[in-house]
Every structure is written in C-alpha cells, then in structure tokens.
Design a protein around this ligand. Structure first.
Ligand SMILES: Nc1ncnc2c1ncn2[C@@H]1O[C@H](COP(=O)(O)OP(=O)(O)OP(=O)(O)O)[C@@H](O)[C@H]1O
Length: 257
C-alpha cells in the first residue's frame, strides 16, 4: 500500500525504493533505491549477477518483488499494473516473442494489444521496420531472425504504442555497429521528445557517451547514481566502476595456460 507521503516528486519519471527480491537463499535485489529524472537517458551498469535484470523485471511488472515500491510517472507498478503498462515499453533481456509470427505480424499484433487500430499499428510497424532496417525481413518468421534482429524487433515491439518510459535490458547486445547507431538515434529522439529511458549495458564507453544519468548497481544495491559527469568525477567510467565494485586488479591467470 502507498500513501501520499511515499509518492515521489513529479520531476522523477521513475522512483524505486527498497526493491528486494530473493530466489531461495540468493538475494538478487537487496534493497534497490533509484530516482530517474523525467527526460533522462539513464544507464544502469553493474557486474554480472549484480541484480540489474531482476530490478528491471520488478520495475516493469514482469517479476513481483518481495518488498519495495516502483513508481513510473507517479503510478505504482504493482498497485496499478494496467495503467503502468500503457506508460511503459519494455525490452526484456531475452524477449519472449511470438516467434511464429513474421516481424510485421508481431508488431501489428503488439500494437493492437495496446489499443491501436489495425491501420495505425501497421503504419507504425512499417515505420519501425524501416528505421531499424528490418523491412527486407518484414515477412520472415521471427523464429528465423538472428540474435541482433530479435533485439531490434523486440525494441520495435517495446516502442510501438508510443510509451513515455522505456526500460531496455541490454538493447545493444548482438547488434551490429550501424544498427547500434540507428538505435542510439532513436533513443535520443525519444528523450528529446520528453520521454525517459532506463537501459542496462556492460559497454562503459557506450553508457558514458549516450547516457546523461547513470546508476551503478552492486550486490543488489545502488552504490552510485546521478548525472553521468557527477558520478564520473572527471575519471573514466570503467575506472570508477572498478572502484565501486571493488574489482581486484591483481595478478590473474590460469596456471595451466
Ligand atoms: N529466476 C531466478 N532464479 C534463481 N536465481 C536467479 C533468478 N534470476 C536471477 N537470479 C540470481 O539473482 C542474481 C542477480 O541476477 P540478475 O540477472 O538480476 O543480474 P544482472 O545484474 O542482470 O547480471 P548480468 O549482468 O550477468 O545479466 C544472480 O545471482 C542470479 O543468479
């Protein structure tokens, strides 16, 4: 339950506090607190197993947290999941797509699920396929798409209803450099038009260049967050990251190699 006192200020497009999720004895998210300003392109970084995907799933209605709250544009995701769904577009880490449909069918169907008319869904699908250079494969079954193509069609499906907030889990993974540039352009356009994006990535250079805000998650907690320049403090992000997650820089190797 929430009350007026726990609601985030309106300048926060996303606000999470105390998000906790355990799997048996594994604490995947310990207590995640995050504030994402409206219009931010927010990068979420952290080592393998830090809890990024768990948090993103909890924040998007895909995985119910044990405790904590997530507000998206003032709507508590688990209190009002229907309202949250129309505000949010989600690219999960491993999107479960209806892969017996063609790319065009998948997008049209997804658009209609979100209340678009068939004509409008088809028009948007055509545009998205075109921008993401998937038009030649519009009629190909998604099951026959490459990994990178699946990422791109997943992104298109996340965007088709024009959500104000996008949550993207590793949107650049498996994507070729030209498509990555196209996606960066799309994401920039989304925030320039007043939207908000949270994306996770392991590519520090990309986060550094693309994201105006970032959060570092480690062992299920956010250990640093804020404007990218502030978090970096004049250093390279990979150095700051290594310090924050106590990465060992000592001798490593395999004795038998
Ligand atoms: N469904 C699940 N069942 C059991 N354990 C899980 C499950 N999902 C995640 N975990 C565990 O929770 C922890 C956090 O996982 P999560 O996938 O959130 O990390 P991540 O930061 O996204 O990692 P990566 O960068 O490697 O994708 C890990 O220890 C993982 O093994």
């Amino acid at each position: 339950m929430t009350d007026a006192q726990t609601r985030p200020p309106p300048e926060h497009a996303i606000a999470a506090w105390g998000v906790r999720k355990t799997f048996g004895t594994t604490v995947a998210a310990d207590s995640v607190d995050l504030a994402v300003p409206r219009g931010a392109l927010f990068g979420l970084v952290g080592p393998n197993g830090a809890g990024k995907t768990t948090f993103l799933r909890a924040a998007t209605g895909l995985l119910r947290p044990d405790s904590g709250q997530v507000f998206v544009e003032g709507v508590e995701v688990w209190e009002d999941p229907v309202a949250a769904r129309s505000i949010v577009g989600v690219l999960p880490e491993d999107p479960r797509l209806f892969d017996r449909l063609s790319g065009m069918q998948l997008l049209t169907y997804t658009g209609q699920l979100f209340g678009l008319t068939r004509e409008s869904a088809r028009a948007r699908a055509t545009e998205l396929l075109n921008v993401l250079e998937l038009s030649p494969d519009a009629g190909t079954l998604v099951v026959d798409y490459s990994q990178g193509m699946r990422k791109k069609i997943g992104l298109a499906a996340a965007m088709i209803h024009g959500p104000r907030v996008l949550f993207l889990d590793e949107p650049f993974e498996s994507v070729d450099p030209v498509s990555a540039r196209t996606i960066r352009g799309l994401l920039q356009q989304h925030v320039d038009n007043g939207g908000t994006i949270v994306l996770s990535s392991h590519v520090m250079e990309l986060v550094e260049r693309l994201c105006d805000h970032l959060g570092v998650i480690h062992q299920g907690r956010v250990v640093a967050q804020g404007p990218t320049e502030e978090v970096r403090g004049g250093r390279r992000l990979d150095e700051v990251f290594a310090d924050l997650v106590d990465a060992e820089q000592g001798e490593i190797g395999l004795s038998w190699l």
